[in-house]
Ligand binder design. Structure first.
Ligand code: UFG
Length: 312
């Protein structure tokens, strides 16, 4: 297949591109490089330095390349920033998806794989979270992802809608060399602290009603996630799939795993971060059944080990 990957120079996108090429697909990438890095892309694939809201530029891309399917990852993704700048999130994540959908339909593309998020469940009413768990996003980011899901369905595409849980790690074979800039998430912060770029890690909340009082999340390795995108291309009906490993780790367990990889570093108990749900994890059985997909990297030490070389 000839697959267009929007956001293909980003953290998840660059791994999806590698997985597509490994599986023998052709790839075209669109990225505005606002957070992505072209150094993480093979130099011989067609690359468009384009904002997905730019109708003319998208049209030129579709005129130049015959696209069989689109994996749409281009988006703003910081929950906190989305609360401060809702206009930016509605513009890029919703209006950008609208323009992309319009130009894709014009070009005759039928299939989308969409990068959605567990953020559409908000503070999930049950765990494990299934695809039937009620949607109740609690951030602008989560709302824009939910709107993106609906928009693509209403445009009539065959939509494989992938709801990611907490995505971590880097390509274990070392083909990605530039880490995310200004990371906001726990695992990259652990790595930066492990190599001394940061002085200490703060644990946001130690009084939750969880195993050890810290928040619990379902961390899934980006390489496993990328595999799911490739398999999603073979589906011919619209479906929503949760992508997680089906198990939760606490923040403290992640800290211990990072200290096993990097050695001791300073850790500080800190107040809760507003808006954080205490605990949730995925029920990934639908993805297992439909895609024959199961996460291969499930040990946090192994996950962090794949990140270490990018921070040294
Ligand atoms: N945490 C800390 N200290 C830090 C950073 C994070 O204790 O310095 C804690 C958080 O409080 C949370 C956990 O680590 O309990 C994970 O936090 P992240 O910021 O890494 O991830 P979130 O669970 O908040 O959100 C992530 C993505 C969202 C996505 C969600 C889906 O950032 O976009 O996973 O599960 F929606």
């Amino acid at each position: 297949m000839n697959v267009l990957v929007t956001g293909g120079a980003g953290y998840i996108g660059s791994h999806v591109v590698l997985a597509l090429l490994d599986a023998g697909h052709s790839v075209v990438v669109i990225d505005d490089l606002s957070t992505g890095c072209s150094d993480n892309l093979p130099s011989d694939i067609p690359f468009f330095h384009v904002d997905i809201r730019d109708e003319q530029a998208l049209r030129a891309c579709f005129e130049k390349h015959s696209i069989d399917a689109i994996i749409h990852l281009a988006a703003k993704k910081a929950v906190g920033e989305s609360m401060k700048h809702p206009e930016l999130y509605f513009s890029v994540n919703v209006e950008g998806t609208r323009v992309l959908a319009q130009e894709a339909r014009r070009a005759g593309v039928k299939t989308f794989v969409f990068s959605s998020s567990a953020a559409v469940y908000g503070n999930p009413s049950e765990s494990p979270v299934t695809e039937h768990t009620p949607l109740a996003p609690e951030s602008v980011y989560g709302v824009t992802k939910k709107m993106g899901e609906e928009l693509l369905l209403w445009f009539g595409f065959t939509l494989v809608n992938l709801r990611y849980f907490n995505v971590v790690g880097y390509d274990p074979s070392g083909r990605i060399t530039v880490p995310e800039k200004q990371p906001q998430n726990l695992f990259p912060i652990l790595c930066e602290t492990g190599v001394g770029v940061r002085e200490r890690v703060q644990i946001f909340g130690t009084d939750y009603d969880t195993r050890d009082g810290t928040c619990e999340r379902d961390y899934v390795h980006v390489t496993d996630l990328a595999t799911a995108h490739v398999r999603a291309l073979s589906l011919d009906e619209s479906i929503t799939l949760n992508l997680g490993i089906g198990r939760a780790l606490s923040v403290r367990e992640c800290v211990y795993a990072a200290q096993e990889v990097f050695g001791e570093f300073a850790v500080e108990d800190a107040p809760r971060r507003p808006g954080d749900p205490a605990a949730y994890y995925a029920n990934p059985s639908r993805a297992q059944n439909v895609l024959g997909w199961e996460a291969q990297i499930t040990d946090p030490v192994e996950m962090i080990t794949t990140m270490k070389p990018l921070y040294e």
